[in-house]
Ligand binder design. Structure first.
Ligand SMILES: [Zn+2]
Length: 228
């Protein structure tokens, strides 16, 4: 979904039968000329009907709306990449709570598989609270932090080249940046991903228990996870 589609979306257009599509809807037409030619137009099917309707003020304008369904409301939450959570690779697994540092630490977020350069979307609605560096002393990798005061949630999405600025208001699913290439820092075969940390009322939680499952079934990405 484009980020501006709700702000600029036109109302559903009135259905205009194809035989009337070329008729100027609001241009004045000469009543005399139209009356003279109405018998001829009557033989021409819907064109004649159209002209007759234009002359008869009691005839209702066609108001039938069909063909275009109303767009669904924006999602309350979104999968940031549309892909699965990273499985096990040589650097570890992407699930929340997975082992890190040989068991000394736990993974504080969930890693969503991402192709470097692809659009990363806001998992929650909110305000861009902060943009920072994922690692101290390494300015290659960035994060975008969003906060939703109403739901008392905050997420930090790491390894994202920002496309938003601090203070921007975003809806879930809006683009916030592009996925960065982690293979530069982790050259031994990491599965590229964005790391999502979620806090609910200040407490870390599992993003995958809250955010929607992948929206696509991209076989290459789904199977990029190693089973080692
Ligand atoms: Zn991670």
């Amino acid at each position: 979904m484009r980020s501006d589609c709700w702000a600029t979306r036109n109302p559903p257009h009135e259905h205009i039968p194809s035989c009337q599509a070329a008729r100027p809807r609001y241009s004045p037409r000469p009543r005399g000329a139209a009356a003279i030619s109405i018998a001829a137009f009557a033989l021409a099917g819907c064109v004649g009907a159209s002209m007759a309707a234009a002359l008869d003020t009691s005839a209702p304008e066609p108001t039938k709306v069909e063909g275009e369904a109303l767009a669904p409301p924006p999602p309350a939450l979104a999968n940031p990449t549309g892909h699965e959570v990273r499985g096990e690779d040589v650097y570890g697994a992407g699930a929340f709570g997975a082992s890190r540092g040989g068991g000394l630490r736990r993974h504080r977020g969930a890693d969503y598989i991402a192709e470097p350069g692809e659009i990363v979307r806001a998992p929650i609605p909110g305000i861009v609270q902060r943009i920072g560096f994922a690692y101290r002393g390494d300015e290659r990798y960035r994060y975008v932090e969003l906060s939703d005061a109403v739901a008392q949630r905050a997420v930090r999405v790491l390894y994202v080249g920002p496309l938003v600025e601090v203070g921007a208001v975003v809806r879930a699913g809006d683009p916030i940046g592009r996925a960065q290439d982690l293979s530069v820092r982790y050259p031994r075969g990491i599965t590229n991903h964005v790391h999502v940390e979620l806090k609910q009322r200040g407490v870390l939680g599992d993003p995958a228990s809250l955010l929607p499952a992948p929206a696509d079934d991209d076989a290459n990405l789904s199977h990029a996870r190693s089973t080692i």
